[in-house]
Write a protein that binds this ligand. Structure first.
Ligand code: ARG
Length: 226
């Protein structure tokens, strides 16, 4: 038991460094994912086929395939394809690749969150604004989206927590995030039990903290009071 505690104490600094990368990658990905998601939701809701179909294909492909496969496809598959065409070896930075894949992945889930939020706003809101002479896109931007925003916040907080945990899959391409930091320590010490318990606890502290923060900001925003 003493040696287990010793390992936990020894590995903790690297785990915390890894946790910083985990939070950074997740924050960037949910940020870019939200931007992608808003456009893809509008695309999916659009009556125009050129916007509708690409959004639907993107959302279906991303949500219908495992994140782990998307990571491997993007980090090994696509660079491999490009270098077989150009004849030049192509290596991309694992952290950059991680942020790109997780942003693209998150975008598809956020798109469905945003679409549901928009569709939850009563039809009369659109009709009233249109009858006052506002254009469709103006109404979307100034009337519908601001109201949908409050309903979108809670599931967006949930998306952050899901991606924080699933970003551990980036360990397979060598992103030095929380899980990878633990694995590196296990590789030299074989102390798998204390290290993986430690990794789990650091994830747990982060997810509990975030869900409390989300809960608190929901109450401040008055979500659910409408
Ligand atoms: N676990 C699922 C997968 O492997 C979801 C991944 C990401 N989820 C998310 N909400 N961004 O495909």
């Amino acid at each position: 038991l003493q040696s287990y505690i010793g390992h936990i104490i020894n590995v903790m600094p690297s785990l915390l460094q890894g946790a910083v990368i985990t939070v950074e990658v997740t924050s960037l990905s949910v940020f870019f994912g939200t931007i992608i998601g808003i456009f893809m939701a509008l695309g999916k809701l659009s009556k125009s086929k050129i916007f509708h179909y690409p959004s639907v294909v993107y959302i279906d492909f991303i949500r219908g395939t495992p994140l782990l496969v998307q990571i491997l496809l993007f980090y090994y598959g696509i660079p491999g394809l490009i270098s077989s065409v150009t004849g030049e070896p192509l290596r991309i930075d694992p952290i950059l690749a991680g942020v790109v894949v997780c942003s693209i992945n998150s975008g598809a889930y956020v798109a469905e969150i945003v679409r549901a939020g928009i569709q939850s706003i009563e039809k009369g809101q659109m009709e009233a604004a249109r009858s006052l002479g506002m254009s469709h896109s103006q109404t979307m931007k100034d009337i519908i989206l601001p109201q949908a925003f409050r309903r979108i916040m809670p599931p967006l907080g949930n998306e952050f927590i899901v991606l924080l945990k699933d970003s551990s899959l980036l360990a397979v391409i060598g992103v030095p995030e929380l899980l990878k930091s633990g694995q590196l320590y296990v590789a030299t010490t074989f102390a798998s039990f204390p290290v993986y318990i430690g990794v789990a606890l650091v994830y747990l502290v982060m997810t509990l903290t975030i869900s409390r923060l989300v809960h608190y900001s929901e109450r401040r925003l008055g979500v659910g009071n409408d």
